[in-house]
Design a protein around this ligand. Structure first.
Ligand code: ACO
Length: 437
């Protein structure tokens, strides 16, 4: 049974198994991507497909983001990322991703007002921060407190209407910024700064991070623009690990807060949202002289380590976000009149790798994380906050996917199969009869 957003192509795939031919329908997407529909495969053949890491598996049909890894193209709701980066703001992008089109003036204003109205945390929620050790990782604090948010809005655990969804979405997008900044303040033993309703989304975040009760922090317009761009470029990237996690948790009919909290946990790892901080560690190691660039790349080629911020499951050419961030990093450093030798090392490392057969033959190019840390350093964001910054940016995407899956209504619970390779059936051995080892 096809759903509204699924289209069958005029092609058919044939599978011959033990002499029997099975016909498999072929689906086609709006950008002409094709997929063999195997939904009835097990029922008809008794076989499942085997695809560890899901590199060949389409888990859903989605109308939010399009990535073409061969061409290095990324579109949010049909708009190329380059045009969004040049013309849009993070808040406008969030609305676009979540509601499917660019907002008009009133819609954007209403959304901004809704974010401002929901930027404060409940005072009781504030006390949660006291329970964490001061060296607690901000990603752990972020996922815990985002999940706990649901306790303060129990009526939003069972969303019924679009208005309720819009309110829940605004609460998460607005408060995640307050929670993130307070996680940092807690780690520094600094007093919490309350959000300032007169400030824009990005200004407000930098204010809560860096203002003191006796001295307010006023970021330069270039800093605010760079942060908005950073969040915009991270806002969605279709079915990556954290987004798939959000959709998987949603498929159990879990609420929005629990689902995006799970997304934060999935994002934390070094191969995903933790890569941006790992890039800085790598560049600092090279700067410290422990390893020169050629020596480091040799180590990578011997597979003793990975070139962090390089490679991508989908992109087999330059990640368009990396291109935009590379320029933005140069622009921000220039505007602030600072020089960061890590950017020079990154450029040299990238050039060396791109002229090396190991990397070119595997289509390994800089990804979104390669240059993003340089921007965050220029904004004085501490390295352990980098994955948190990614999470703030990715929140609209997770919310859009949660809503899309929720709206689809009849989507099945996500439940992959496996090929069991353990012991075959055996009888229980009593303690006295067991042998060592
Ligand atoms: N450095 C060195 N070699 C690499 C790298 C890398 N960064 N990435 C992939 N390779 C090699 C693999 O060793 C493998 O080589 P082989 O064919 O000789 O075995 C080949 O390229 C294919 O790699 P896979 O691991 O199969 O690629 P996969 O699609 O599973 O992994 C991933 C993608 C996780 C992003 C990988 O490229 C990686 O680890 N990159 C570094 C971490 C990173 O930057 N992560 C951020 C990704 S973007 C994001 O999440 C926002």
């Amino acid at each position: 049974m096809l759903k509204d957003n699924e289209k069958v192509s005029n092609k058919t795939a044939y599978l011959i198994l033990d002499g029997t031919t099975y016909e498999l329908p072929v689906m086609v997407g709006s950008e002409k991507e094709h997929a063999i529909d195997i939904r009835n495969l097990r029922k008809e053949t008794g076989h499942i497909t085997y695809d560890p890491g899901y590199g060949n598996t389409g888990s859903c049909a989605s109308a939010i983001t399009y990535v073409n890894g061969e061409q290095g193209a990324l579109h949010y709701r049909g708009y190329p990322i380059e045009e969004i980066a040049q013309n849009g703001s993070f808040i406008e992008t969030a609305w676009l991703l979540i509601f499917g089109r660019l907002p008009n003036y009133e819609e954007r204003q209403r959304f901004r007002d809704l974010l401002t109205d929901n930027e404060l945390l409940h005072e009781d929620l504030k006390h949660h921060f006291e329970g964490f050790p001061s060296n607690g990782h901000p990603m752990a604090i972020l996922s815990a407190v985002v999940n706990a948010m649901g306790c303060y809005d129990p009526e939003l655990l069972e969303i019924q209407t679009r208005q309720e969804f819009a309110l829940a979405a605004a609460k998460v997008i607005s408060k995640v910024r307050t929670i993130a900044a307070w996680a940092y303040r807690k780690s520094q033993g600094l007093p919490f700064m309350y959000p300032d309703p007169e400030r824009s989304y990005c200004q407000n975040f930098l204010h809560m991070m860096f203002s003191e009760p006796y001295r307010l922090y006023d970021p330069a317009p270039e800093e605010v623009r760079a942060l908005s761009l950073f969040f915009t470029l991270h806002a969605d990237h279709e079915q990556n690990c954290s987004c798939s996690t959000v959709r998987m948790v949603q498929s159990t009919q879990a609420n929005l807060f629990a689902s995006v909290s799970a997304g934060i946990c999935a994002l934390w790892g070094r191969l995903h949202g933790g890569a941006n901080s790992a890039v800085i560690d790598m560049l600092e190691e090279i700067r410290s002289g422990q390893e020169d660039i050629k020596g480091f790349l040799e180590k990578v080629k011997r597979k003793e380590t990975r070139l962090m911020g390089f490679g991508h499951r989908v992109y087999k050419s330059f990640d368009p976000r990396a291109r935009i961030l590379q320029k933005a990093a140069h622009d921000l450093l220039k505007a602030k009149g600072i020089k960061d030798d890590l950017l020079d090392i990154a450029m040299e490392l990238s050039e060396e790798a791109q002229s090396d057969e190991y990397f070119t033959s595997r289509s390994l190019y800089p990804n979104v994380d390669f240059y993003s840390g340089i921007i965050l350093r220029a904004l004085n964001i501490p390295v352990n906050m980098y994955p948190v910054m990614f999470a703030i940016g990715r929140m609209p995407g997770w919310i859009a996917h949660w809503y899309e899956a929720y709206g689809a209504g009849l989507e099945k619970i996500h439940r992959p199969r496996q090929i069991y390779v353990g012991e075959t059936r055996r009888s229980y051995t009593k303690m006295g009869d067991r042998k060592d080892g």
